[in-house]
Design a protein around this ligand. Structure first.
Ligand code: ZN
Length: 243
């Protein structure tokens, strides 16, 4: 079984709660679809967990920003401010780690990116049109991504029929071998589908079953840390409402 997490955004409490949930499964490999840093208060602690648990991650747009690979003007005011605060507290060693992250990971029939197959770091897959273009572009069977913070399953069958589904709560589905999929695994540290629980995915690659999981965590503690660091008020509030 493979676990796929994404968009941790320096939220240590959420990441820890999810790591704890891994114990309920026999997980052999863990991947991360990027955006380890930004928005939240604990970039170093989150990176340490990824290193210690051997979690392989691709680079996200916030990760790219903290190592000056992208102009901060591409980000909104709150996101920009949070990146600058993260940049102040991140260690040199962890900055180096961020610099080693690849743009995509390919594992057999799986592709892992932050944004989209054709634009791995920056493109948002928010519309059927963009999903359609990207699923045609990808050579692998299944793409796992993040970036929008909204869990999604997009499928395309061999007769070109496509379907979009937005999984809510804990949700399992058996995938079909003759279809292609783009799967957004949701966000650990800042969910935006009106559910404040951390979201991640387990892929049972033997039985071809996908499990979306929602995990409660102590967001009050994360909020307190954010207030202490003077992170923008809107960012503090939104993790409580999942928006
Ligand atoms: Zn993100």
């Amino acid at each position: 079984m493979i676990a796929i997490i994404s968009d941790i955004h320096s939220n240590f409490e959420a990441l820890n709660a999810v790591i704890d949930d891994f114990k309920n499964y026999s997980i052999t490999e863990i991947f991360c679809c990027g955006d380890i840093v930004g928005y939240g208060p604990n970039p170093n602690e989150c990176i340490e967990i990824l290193k210690n648990k051997n979690i392989l991650s691709v680079i996200g747009n916030h990760d790219a920003a903290i190592i000056d690979e992208v102009n901060l003007d591409w980000f909104n005011k709150d996101a920009k401010e949070a990146i600058l605060i993260n940049k102040k507290i991140i260690s040199q060693e962890n900055l180096k780690y961020i610099k080693t992250l690849p743009r995509y990971i390919i594992k057999n029939e799986l592709l892992l990116v932050h944004g989209s197959p054709r634009d791995p770091i920056y493109e948002y897959l928010l519309t059927p049109n963009f999903l359609e273009i990207n699923i045609k572009h990808m050579k692998q069977k299944i793409c796992f991504c993040g970036h929008t913070h909204i869990p999604l399953i997009y499928s395309k069958s061999s007769d070109e029929k496509s379907k979009i589904y937005y999984p809510k709560n804990n949700f399992s589905i058996k995938l079909e071998k003759d279809k292609k999929y783009i799967i957004n695994v949701g966000s650990i540290g800042q969910p935006r589908d009106l559910d404040n629980k951390a979201c991640y995915v387990i892929f049972d690659d033997e039985n071809y079953i996908l499990h979306f999981k929602r995990i409660d965590y102590n967001f009050h503690l994360t909020q307190q840390k954010m207030i202490q660091l003077q992170l923008p008020k809107f960012l503090v509030e939104r993790i409580e409402f999942g928006e």
